[in-house]
Unconditional design. Structure first.
Length: 477
């Protein structure tokens, strides 16, 4: 009975670790996803099923009992179970609550199969070396900046807590620090779930660009691309409605604007209102759940996912909002197979401001493309490469607010060429890995939309190019 209880908890925890769609065979009808309250340690829309990872020793009777609990299976006849196990007395009410604890890349606790708790954490310790061929000169002191910038940093440190209250209600909170900053709430939301539907409210990551659907440990490179740095909506304060099936999902969000909750790269842009919609469809045995991370182990099935999203916001009439209209669009194609995966995405953007009594109207148009891929060359070693370009913006009229003034003079393309490798310390586990990547950046950072930041290892430059080499030890529980 103890083994059966543990297996029941494991199944509940695995299914509750996200609203991710499970694998679906063509000749079997799709099962409704469970409405469970447990949450993963990052985000319930991007965690994969963990049936293959979680190891719980079971007796033959416990395995039969677990099969009896699986949806879609006919109940097993009592005489097929062990007589002694079937006739075990039920626990008395005075024995206290039924508490179960397991660990599977996060701490999972359940009380009476009603209250669930998940606790996880992440630390990324990094060394970065950046070299610029032509660093800028200070216009006041006329001193030229050093060509080399180097040092150690904690790129990210997080604590993540998920709480399930019944199978229909869940809460999630994440506090953390980024690149030497102070601890702050990065996410805090509540989910109401029923069958294929979910309503989320609070501070959460707006589903838009494909890279943002991945956690920092699920990437190939040590950090996100320059395209994500420019177009990421960050986390925002608002509400989101989700309809999720095994192969198809759609998110509809209403918020206060881009990055108004938390951002690792760019400043918030408050709006009067902001709408975001993203839809995606997947082909393949694993469905959408197969694309919850870029890292694809050997033996995993082939799959394709096509996604797209639109974002629009407007401000200026509400106190504190930015008087600008912003429209963003993205299309992405993901492919994966046994030990390899590829992600291609294209993005466009428009920032516009209306004419006023003192200024004329203005508009800036932008675009970007990113291609990332990687493969396992052995069970523990993974190699990867990336190309990304943020096309020089086209400016008409005055520059809309919230953009760097340096792009007015000589707008520039900004390109990134990179490659690297990762070594996974624990076999077939993503918990602890050592990674290194090398990136060559070509273009004027001050003439592009790409921001400087310790996370993307880019320094300001007015001409020439720059190189960045990074080594990182990443661990999570």
């Amino acid at each position: 009975m103890k083994a059966r209880a543990l297996s029941t908890l494991a199944v509940a925890a695995l299914l509750g670790f996200g609203v991710s769609a499970g694998a679906q065979e063509e000749d079997k009808p799709e099962r409704p996803p469970p409405t469970t309250g447990a949450l993963p340690f990052d985000d319930p829309t991007i965690e994969p099923p963990r049936d293959e990872d979680l190891q719980i020793e079971q007796t033959p009777d416990a395995e039969l009992a677990q099969e009896a609990d699986e949806p879609g299976r006919a109940p097993i006849e009592p005489e097929k179970l062990d007589t002694e196990a079937a006739e075990s007395p039920a626990p008395h009410e005075d024995e206290g609550p039924d508490v179960k604890v397991v660990y599977d890349e996060a701490f999972l606790l359940s009380v009476n199969d009603w209250f669930t708790l998940t606790l996880g954490g992440l630390v990324q310790a990094r060394y970065t070396l950046n070299y610029r061929t032509e660093p800028p000169t200070d216009i006041v002191t006329l001193e030229r900046e050093k060509q080399v910038a180097q040092g150690f940093d904690v790129a990210r440190a997080r604590f993540q807590l998920g709480i399930g209250l019944t199978e229909f209600v869940a809460l999630y909170m994440r506090i953390g620090v980024v690149a030497g900053g102070s601890f702050s709430f990065q996410k805090a939301f509540i989910d109401l779930k029923w069958k294929y539907f979910r309503v989320r409210a609070g501070v959460f990551m707006v589903d838009f660009i494909a890279e943002d659907l991945l956690g920092p440990t699920d990437l190939y490179f040590l950090d996100y691309s320059i395209v994500e740095n420019v177009y990421s909506p960050g986390s925002s304060k608002g509400a989101m409605f989700t309809y999720l099936r095994d192969r198809f999902s759609i998110n509809l969000g209403y918020s206060d604007g881009l990055r108004t909750g938390f951002s690792e790269i760019r400043a918030p842009i408050n709006a009067d209102f902001a709408f975001t919609v993203r839809a995606q469809y997947a082909w393949g045995e694993a469905g959408l759940a197969g694309f919850n991370r870029l890292t694809t182990r050997r033996g995993e099935p082939f799959g394709i996912r096509l996604g797209g999203a639109l974002h629009y916001q407007q401000g200026g009439r509400t106190q504190g909002s930015l008087p600008v209209r912003i429209g963003l669009g993205t299309v992405d194609l993901s492919m994966r197979g046994s030990g390899w995966s590829v992600l291609l995405s294209g993005n466009v953007g428009q920032d516009a401001v209306d004419a006023s009594a003192t200024d004329e109207s203005g508009e800036i148009l932008s675009g970007a493309v990113s291609l990332t891929g990687g493969a396992f060359v052995s069970e523990r070693v993974q190699v990867f490469g990336r190309y990304a370009i943020v096309i020089k913006p086209r400016i008409q009229g005055v520059l809309p607010p919230g953009l760097p003034d340096e792009i007015i003079g000589l707008p520039s393309n900004f390109q990134s060429f990179g490659f690297g490798f990762s070594y996974f310390i624990l076999p077939r586990r993503d918990n602890v890995k050592v990674s290194s990547d090398f990136n060559y950046f070509l273009g004027r950072e001050r003439g592009s939309l790409v921001p400087t930041s310790p996370l993307n290892s880019i320094q300001p430059n007015d001409a020439g190019s720059q190189f960045a080499w990074r080594v990182q030890l990443s661990g999570r529980f």
